[in-house]
Design a protein around this ligand. Structure first.
Ligand SMILES: [Zn+2]
Ligand SMILES: [Zn+2]
Length: 498
């Protein structure tokens, strides 16, 4: 009966029946409780109740606790989930409990916590990880750019037949390698897969896109189509943004048109956002604006954000302001948009407007998202914030940056060292500079350094890194919020287009 109510989304009725059951002293078991939790949007009321009737707490039923962890995870209550997890006696935790906690962290974007828990599971040696655990962990590695750890996991499972034939794991590996900057390995795994799913193709196409190999991404997409695989909305986002990152405007718009007429996929706001980005980057701001006006569905933050971004590139104040007016309605607390608009004003020399935007941010209690960069060394992830002095090697890191600054200024030829110093003081030491300096200090000469950054690389750092790659004669790879930059011999793979 409780299951029935649950299936028909009648949580109050299910809960009432459960109370009656407890009152009548009828023994309930985990099946009862699981049926109940399935229909509750929010497990708060139930959790306290389960305590009283003995289903929660230290000696709680494992499947009930696992279910509560997942419930809390799904509604974003990470701390509550962790509380239930911690309350469970350690010897009672099974792999499902760990997986519930791992995916709770993963769903809520806490990739570093996922890796922490992974270490805990591995060190305890008590439960055996399964494919579900590893898929979550690999996706956390992908987000953090934790390449060494990802490779270690790949090595660990490569001998295991059941893992080797697991499609989800293979797809997770492709995604991890592509997002950690090793496109070759991603391709190898892809090529060796006997059976490929749409997810496999999507992972590799979006990998090509992020690295600026748009044409290869499109070739792969065409190959996918000729293999008889039907595209979906997700792969189309990868295809369109691959076009956008490589400046393939015409091709991208062609696919955008073909989505509904040729592939029978309904275009969502995310696809319109890609099309606006394509048009906008290519300088067709008027056409982008027309496209938004012609939309049959409500444009979302992504669509207006793409227009705003294009206005920043092409210094269009009027349209930028217009896009921003829509954005504050839709996402009033998204700091990125305020920063973009104030930069548009700054470029146009409209200092009053810059001040106005800053005042607006202040009034709403919004602060710029702090930039941070990760670099991985021997399986450990090192995190740097801007102007960060907390790292044990901070002193040498700053010495290294100063040395590089001087060399870069000499290389730039102007010899205008004072200017350089001054602009650096205004900008401060952005996290990617610290991460690169740390990488240079801690790895052997000639070795490639990979840095993951949460925001976009700024123009200053981009120039700096180009010069540094030439001076130290190393490949520097930076994955920022929008794409990969491969700095080599004084140039970047993005052709200054990001
Ligand atoms: Zn910077
Ligand atoms: Zn670049």
């Amino acid at each position: 009966m409780i299951s029935g109510y649950s299936l028909h989304s009648l949580p109050e009725w299910a809960m009432q029946l459960f109370r009656d059951m407890v009152r009548a002293r009828l023994p309930s078991n985990s099946v009862t409780v699981l049926a109940l939790t399935r229909c509750l949007p929010y497990p708060f009321g139930l959790h306290g109740f389960l305590y009283r009737v003995g289903f929660a707490g230290r000696e709680s039923d494992v499947s009930v606790a696992n279910c509560l962890i997942s419930c809390y995870g799904k509604c974003g209550e990470v701390e509550c989930a962790r509380e239930v997890f911690d309350e469970m006696c350690e010897r009672r935790r099974d792999i499902v409990s760990y997986n519930a906690m791992v995916s709770c962290y993963a769903q809520n974007g806490l990739a570093d916590k996922v890796l922490e828990l992974y270490d805990e599971i591995r060190d305890s040696g008590r439960v055996r990880m399964d494919a579900v655990t590893l898929v979550s962990v690999l996706s956390a590695c992908a987000n953090l750019g934790a390449r060494a750890l990802g490779r270690e996991i790949e090595r660990d499972i490569s001998g295991d037949r059941s893992f080797n034939s697991n499609l989800f794991l293979k797809n997770a590996l492709i995604n991890m390698h592509a997002r950690c900057g090793d496109l070759n390995r991603a391709c190898e795994i892809f090529d060796c897969m006997q059976e490929k799913t749409l997810v496999s193709w999507t992972a590799l196409i979006s990998g090509y896109g992020a690295h600026g190999h748009g044409r290869k991404g499109l070739e792969l997409f065409e190959r996918m189509l000729s293999n008889g695989i039907k595209p979906d909305g997700v792969v189309m986002v990868s295809v369109l943004s691959a076009c956008s990152h490589s400046g393939l405007t015409g091709k991208g718009l062609e696919y955008f048109e073909k989505m509904e007429s040729g592939f029978d996929i309904k275009r969502g706001p995310e696809h319109y956002a890609c099309a606006v980005d394509l048009l906008g980057r290519a300088g067709h701001l008027d056409k982008a604006w027309e496209l938004i006006r012609s939309m049959q569905i409500e444009p979302d933050g992504g669509v207006w954000g793409a227009l705003l971004g294009a206005c920043k590139i092409h210094k269009n104040v009027e349209l930028g302001r217009l896009a921003f007016d829509h954005l504050v309605e839709i996402e009033p607390t998204n700091v990125g948009y305020y920063v973009l608009l104030s930069n548009i004003y700054l470029d146009a020399g409209k200092l009053d407007d810059v001040a106005r935007v800053r005042a607006m941010m202040k009034k709403r209690g919004l602060k710029k998202e702090p930039g941070c960069s990760y670099v991985e060394l021997k399986g450990k992830v090192h995190l740097f914030m801007a102007d960060d002095h907390s790292h044990p090697l901070a002193k040498s890191i700053y010495q290294m940056i100063n040395k590089l600054e001087t060399l870069v200024n000499n290389e730039r030829g102007g010899g205008n060292k004072e200017d350089g110093e001054e602009s650096e003081k205004v900008v401060g030491f952005h996290s990617e500079k610290l991460a690169i300096a740390f990488g240079l200090l801690s790895t052997e000469a000639g070795k490639e350094i990979v840095v993951i950054k949460n925001l976009r690389v700024c123009g200053d750092c981009h120039v700096f890194l180009k010069f540094v790659s030439k001076i130290v004669n190393r490949k520097l790879v930076v994955r920022d919020a929008s794409r990969f930059h491969h700095f080599e011999d004084g140039a970047c793979s993005c052709n200054d287009y990001w």
